[in-house]
Design a protein around this ligand. Structure first.
Ligand code: DP6
Length: 321
């Protein structure tokens, strides 16, 4: 039995839409930061006595689309290892799942890593990234720590993530504001597909996200928080704009989401270097330097409770326990 730990990542330039649904190939490159705070531990054991795959997530048997994705990844591992053995999979999330905090990213990165090793495969990080991508697109990035770029690519082997800066030796924090951790109504998979099919803003999104890749790489390598933050905030707002243009129109924002976005803009006007990003959910992540954490949390305490705030730092790539 092999156990792997993977951390979640938050996209600074987002993946939002598939050009190939079966292979999970995105329209544009994305860039993320792996976080220290939220992670998934997954144990995999291939067992000749099993008649089917046994999948337990947080001690509960998994069914439906989640289990289908797990089986898809296990089938790829069996193919690579030329094996027909079924597996038992035990996964524990240390992430508020389905609340836009990217639990699928850590879950499928941990599954790919533990599964490949349990099958006796000695895959490279790039191969693990490709394997994790088949479970969930954002999982391709959680193989690595620090700042990571997922190259969109044009086929299975050319669509993988790669580190931009593994060990983040400068001061960048993400304050997570938990607006609502209940299950969201529109999954990221369904939300992005609806946008691709119906939003007239989608082509403009792809163009602007791809154009921001080089400037974002440069901002990371120059350790430039202001440029990184501005690019990330614009990118997130443009992603959410595509949902307003979809038919039927939808949004992940809640009233508190908008209140926090406004508070962040106002703090910036007062000279505090802070920027927002929002994934496919109502929660906001505030990008800032740790020296401003206290001030920002104090200002936000007028809108949310202290226990809705969590300070995250850059986190590591895959580890085996
Ligand atoms: C908004 O990776 O969850 O968080 O590939 O369908 O599983 P699937 O989607 P998923 O989408 C993540 C969307 C996002 C942006 C991002 O993480 O890049």
């Amino acid at each position: 039995m092999v156990t792997a730990r993977a951390h979640t990542n938050i996209a600074l330039l987002k993946y939002w839409g598939k050009k190939d649904i079966n292979l999970i190939l995105p329209y544009n490159d994305s860039i993320s930061l792996t976080l220290d705070h939220f992670y998934t531990d997954t144990s995999v054991e291939f067992d000749p006595s099993l008649k089917t795959d046994e999948i337990l997530v947080d001690q509960q048997p998994s069914a439906g689309s989640g289990a289908k994705r797990v089986k898809r990844v296990l089938n790829l591992i069996r193919k690579l290892g030329d094996s027909t053995m079924f597996a038992s999979v035990h996964s524990t999330n240390h992430v508020p799942s389905t609340a836009g905090l990217a639990s699928s990213a850590s879950a499928f990165a941990a599954l790919a890593s533990a599964g490949a090793k349990a099958a006796g495969l000695n895959l490279s990080e790039r191969e693990l990234s490709i394997l994790a991508r088949h479970g969930s697109g954002s999982a391709s990035r959680s193989i690595f720590g620090g700042f990571v770029q997922w190259h969109a690519g044009h086929d299975d082997q050319s669509s993988y993530a790669q580190p931009i800066q593994r060990n983040v030796d400068w001061d960048i924090n993400l304050i997570t504001v938990l607006v609502d951790t209940s299950q969201k109504k529109i999954s990221s998979t369904n939300g992005m597909q609806s946008v691709v099919e119906t939003s007239p803003f989608y082509p403009a999104w792809v163009k602007s996200a791809q154009a921001d890749v080089k400037p974002m790489q440069t901002a990371i390598l120059n350790r430039n928080l202001a440029t990184l933050g501005e690019l990330a905030e614009q990118n997130a707002m443009r992603m959410h704009a595509t949902t307003f243009g979809a038919v039927p129109s939808f949004t992940y924002f809640q009233p508190q989401t908008l209140a926090i976005l406004t508070a962040v803009r106002n703090m910036r006007k007062q000279g505090v270097e802070c920027y927002s990003t929002v994934d496919a959910g109502p929660n906001v992540k505030i990008i800032c330097a740790s020296s401003d954490n206290e001030l920002i949390m104090h200002k936000l305490s007028k809108i949310v409770h202290q226990d809705q705030l969590l300070v995250c730092k850059p986190g590591p790539g895959i580890t085996y326990l």
